[in-house]
Structures are given as structure tokens and as C-alpha cells.
Design a protein around this ligand. Structure first.
Ligand code: 1CP
Length: 335
């Protein structure tokens, strides 16, 4: 039997599928209670028992149509030999990047370090097996990873520089392409039915650099995923033209942010669309939530649409509002 997302892609409309970016995370008290006892975030991601439990928490509570694996995009730099720490009220803090270390990484060692993630995919798949839901694996896109690896912290305060397209940068991008494919393949083999590619910082680049840093590297991953008969979702957050991205990269599903007008997306893009709702809306009252949810559902009515947000669920979100959101999306379809 197909999942709702597969049906949606094949234009078999029954219900609008719904899942949320960062659905497994800090807004859930059941996550926070595990997190308090596990101070090392990377270690928590590599604890299969706890990670698979966290992955399933939002499914048990809200009945989402897909589970995204509890892990992080920065586990790849970690497995490539760069130390990563998550500091309270600061975010990720990475050690100095060293190309010589990266060049020495062996496939077997990389796979061994990340093996608990693949076990989490298997465990999640097992837990979902009777419920016919998708298991979503993911990677950070090469540009977003390159930025964290060289900037060594979040670029969100604007403190970063765009790199030259020289031999040095090119060799890092080539290595990322190679190891991201290894990571994608292992997640698919372990049971991931969808791979989402997060290019969270694509919007920081000027138009002229998108081809080199965003379109080409992501297309290489999307083609690889397609060859393995697996669904790809791309989230090139805040880029100016989703149309240009889709025309070049051609993923199965495009995930949009909240700054873009959804009716323009609907009128210019043919492939299935995911997301859009501003996560800050979920901090408002129910009437505002209902109006915004209805706006997205009506805009994409009779189109292939997967309900999601325009970025991750905020930690301060009340879980009752997520319950309300899910009920609203379900009832729009008449169930
Ligand atoms: O308790 C904590 O402090 C940890 C918070 C946390 C969580 C719950 C981080 C740290 N990562 C995650 C899980 C996570 N991250 C998931 C799986 C759970 C789910 O989605 O339900 C996923 C898919 C990610 C992906 C991720 N990590 C992205 C891409 C999506 C996005 O938000 O744009 C990025 C950029 C990261 C890096 C990251 N991980 C964590 C932090 C604080 C950051 C930095 C964000 C920044 O630079 O502002």
C-alpha cells in the first residue's frame, strides 16, 4: 500500500499529507525530559534506542504521516573528523577545519561512526511498519555544510564571507558530494523512503553564485537519489527563484519557506510542493492559525501539496497548537 505522500506525488488525492520540520524536538516535553538527562547532543543522536524513541514521539502524539529521523545535518562534518559541540544559547561550535584530515577519511570509518544513525532508521522503520507512513532520512546540502565547516558556527548573525570558487573550495565540495552520497545510500538501504536535502542557507548567496554552490551540487544528489528509486525533497530556504531551482535541479518535491508568495509558487511550479506556513504563526491564537492554514490549503487545492511549515517548529510552540493545526488540516479534507 502506498503512503499518503506517494499517493500525493501520483495525483491520487485522498488526504493532504502532513508532517513538520523539527517535529521531533524541543517544543515537546517528552523530548526535553530525555534531553535533560543527555547533555551531549551528538551522543544523543548516536544513541539508537533514544533517537528512535524521539523520532516516534511526534507520531504517537499527533499521527503525522511521516517520521523524520532524529539526527542532525552536522553529524556529517563530525564523521568527517571535525569536532562539533552544541553549546547552550549559542548553537553549533565546530573545531578548526583541516583539509588534510578530510582527505584521509575512509568510507568504512565514516560508515562505522554513523552506523547508529542507520540503526535508528531501521528501528524507526520497524516501529512504523504497520502504520504505512514514510521514514524520512536527510542530509544538509553541500553549501550549508561548507558554510558551517568553514565558518565554524551559525552564519545567522551575518558574520560570514562567501568563499572564492577556487581549487581549495572545489576539493571540499567534491568530498562532500562523495560522502553525502555514502550517507544517503546507507539511509536508503536501512529503510528511508524519502531523503530531504536541507539547504538552510541558500538564501545568503547572490544569484550569480547559485549555480556553483547550490544548483549543481544538489542536482548531483537528487540524481543519485532518483537512481535509487527514492523520493527527494529539496528545501533551498529563502532563495529568490524557486522556479529556477526546480527547472535546474528537478527534485520530486520542493519545500518552500514563508517569505515566498504561495500563489506565485502554485502558478509557476508544476512539481509537488511542501510547506510554507510561518512557524511564528503557531505562537498566535487559533483564529490566526486557522486563517493561515486555510490560506495554504486553498491556494494549493486540487494541486499536489504536502502540509508543512516554512522552517522548523519553534521551541516555544505549545504542543496544543500543533494538535489544533493537525486537526485543521485533516478537517479541511472532510475527515
Ligand atoms: O536540544 C537542543 O539544543 C538540540 C536542538 C536540535 C535539534 C532538536 C538541534 C541542534 N538539531 C536538532 C534535530 C534536527 N536538526 C533534526 C531532526 C529532528 C526533526 O527535524 O524533527 C533535523 C532534520 C535537523 C536539521 C538541521 N540541523 C538543520 C536544517 C534545518 C533547519 O533548521 O534549517 C540545520 C541548519 C541544523 C543545524 C543545527 N542543529 C542544531 C542547531 C541549534 C543548529 C543550528 C541552527 C542555526 O545555525 O541557527
Amino acid at each position: 500500500m502506498n503512503t499518503l505522500i506517494q499517493d500525493c506525488i501520483n495525483s491520487k488525492f485522498s488526504k493532504t499529507p502532513i508532517w513538520l520540520m523539527r517535529q521531533a524536538g524541543r517544543y515537546l516535553p517528552e523530548f526535553r525530559s530525555i534531553r535533560e538527562k543527555n547533555q551531549d547532543f551528538i551522543e544523543l543522536c548516536l544513541n539508537t534506542k533514544l533517537s528512535s524513541e524521539i523520532t516516534i514521539q511526534p507520531i504517537n502524539r499527533f499521527g503525522f504521516d511521516a517520521a523524520i529521523i532524529f539526527s542532525d545535518i552536522l553529524l556529517v562534518p563530525y564523521a568527517l573528523g571535525q569536532q562539533v559541540n552544541f553549546k547552550k544559547n549559542f548553537g553549533p561550535d565546530l573545531n578548526k577545519f583541516d583539509l588534510n584530515i578530510l582527505n584521509d577519511v575512509k568510507k568504512e570509518d565514516f560508515l562505522e561512526k554513523l552506523n547508529p544513525v542507520y540503526e535508528t532508521v531501521k528501528e524507526t522503520k520497524k516501529k512504523l511498519s504497520i502504520s504505512n507512513k514514510d521514514t524520512i532520512g536527510f542530509v544538509g546540502a553541500p553549501w550549508t555544510l561548507l558554510l558551517y565547516m568553514l565558518n565554524r558556527k551559525s552564519p545567522k548573525e551575518g558574520n560570514f564571507t562567501i568563499f572564492p570558487k577556487d581549487k581549495y573550495i572545489n576539493s571540499i565540495l567534491m568530498k562532500l558530494d562523495q560522502f553525502l552520497k555514502i550517507h544517503i545510500e546507507a539511509q536508503i538501504r536501512s529503510g528511508a523512503s524519502i531523503i530531504q536535502i536541507f539547504d538552510s542557507w541558500a538564501g545568503l548567496l547572490p544569484e550569480k553564485d547559485l549555480d556553483y554552490f547550490v544548483y549543481k551540487p544538489i542536482k548531483s544528489l537528487v540524481d543519485f537519489i532518483r537512481q535509487r528509486k527514492t523520493i527527494s525533497i529539496c528545501f533551498p530556504r529563502n532563495i529568490n527563484s524557486y522556479k529556477k531551482f526546480v527547472d535546474y535541479v528537478n527534485p520530486d518535491i520542493i519545500s518552500i519557506d514563508y517569505n515566498v508568495d504561495p500563489s506565485i509558487i502554485r502558478d509557476t511550479i508544476e512539481i509537488p510542493v511542501q510547506g510554507g506556513l510561518d512557524p511564528k504563526i503557531l505562537l498566535q491564537n487559533k483564529e490566526i492559525v486557522r486563517n493561515e492554514v486555510t490560506k495554504y490549503l486553498k491556494t494549493f487545492d486540487k494541486k499536489r501539496y504536502i502540509f508543512n511549515l516554512g522552517h522548523g517548529v519553534l521551541p516555544e510552540t505549545n504542543p496544543d497548537m500543533i494538535r489544533y493545526l493537525v486537526d485543521e488540516v485533516r478537517s479541511f479534507n472532510g475527515q
